[in-house]
Write a protein that binds this ligand. Structure first.
Ligand code: NDP
Length: 241
């Protein structure tokens, strides 16, 4: 039977590419989303991938929804913690709401979405957890102290979880993308892109969501069992750790 994969924030942007790549690779995929029903329904109709609406920062909603997904599709063997938001602002002007919204969705979600699946993975002796961090968690980014903190935090989480679960066949890895050509980045004016962003990227272009997705498919595969606790930077050479 095909392994079941859950992709959080799997209906738009990078997550949508990950959901589709995993489906193409033969997995049974469930795609989570937070609130945009229209985008989720369009995605579902286009791909045939079932969608599940719940807030990844709400531990009790995650527990309930993950049990429902497992009842519908089978035990989750691959978890992609991808959902994330930004609420940018210089720290000296940042509100606690901006801070906590980002920590909740990007970091509390690691507990909320992973805790309900980890015991089953350990019992079955197999699991793949892939977390989408960001270059800005590695190098820090002005105006994103909240986001940089959360995205660095997930790396520590992954390393600890990797150690706890290595002997049980469960791997935990991180992908840290740089500038990816999603709707958000494509909305940046062409002039700003050419003069301010592309010169920072030695490869000379934005990354594609499909490139991140291919990384996830590899880390999720049975063949990637010797890779755990690692961070794969996918940033066109912009920042080399
Ligand atoms: P998008 O904004 O395009 O999509 C975000 C997805 O996450 C949507 O499906 C959204 O659901 C979902 N989501 C947001 N908040 C919640 C929530 N509280 N509960 C459940 N689902 C939620 O994001 P990107 O594709 O740009 O980013 C995906 C990941 O990659 C993020 O973690 C981001 O930080 C990271 N990243 C992105 C980069 C980029 O260049 N785009 C670069 C580096 C890292 P809904 O549609 O309902 O809102």
């Amino acid at each position: 039977m095909a392994r079941v994969a859950l992709v959080t924030g799997g209906t738009r942007g990078i997550g949508a590419a990950i959901s589709q790549a995993l489906k193409k690779a033969g997995y049974t995929v469930a795609a989570n989303y937070g609130g945009n029903d229209e985008a989720a329904n369009t995605f579902k109709n286009k791909t045939g991938i079932p969608v599940y609406k719940f807030d990844v920062g709400d531990a009790s909603a995650c527990e309930t929804s993950i049990r429902k997904i497992e009842a519908d599709l089978g035990p989750i063997e691959i978890l992609v913690n991808n959902a994330g938001i930004t609420r940018d602002g210089m720290f000296h002007r940042m509100t606690f709401e901006q801070w906590s919204a980002v920590i909740r969705t990007n970091l509390d979600s690691m507990f909320a979405c992973t805790r309900p699946v980890i015991e089953g993975m350990r019992e079955r002796g197999f699991g793949r957890i892939v977390i989408i961090s960001s270059i800005n968690g590695q190098k820090g980014q002005m105006g994103q102290s909240n986001y940089s903190a959360a995205k660095a935090g997930v790396v520590g989480f992954a390393k600890a979880l990797a150690q706890e679960n290595a002997a049980k066949g469960v791997t935990v890895n991180v992908i840290a993308p740089g500038y990816i050509a999603t709707e958000m980045v494509q909305a940046v004016p062409e002039e700003v892109l050419k003069t301010k962003i592309l010169p920072l990227i030695p490869v000379g272009r934005l990354g594609e969501a499909d490139e991140v997705a291919r990384g996830v498919v590899y880390l999720a595969s049975d063949e990637a069992g010797f890779i755990t606790g690692s961070t794969l930077s996918m940033n066109g050479g912009q920042y080399m750790v």
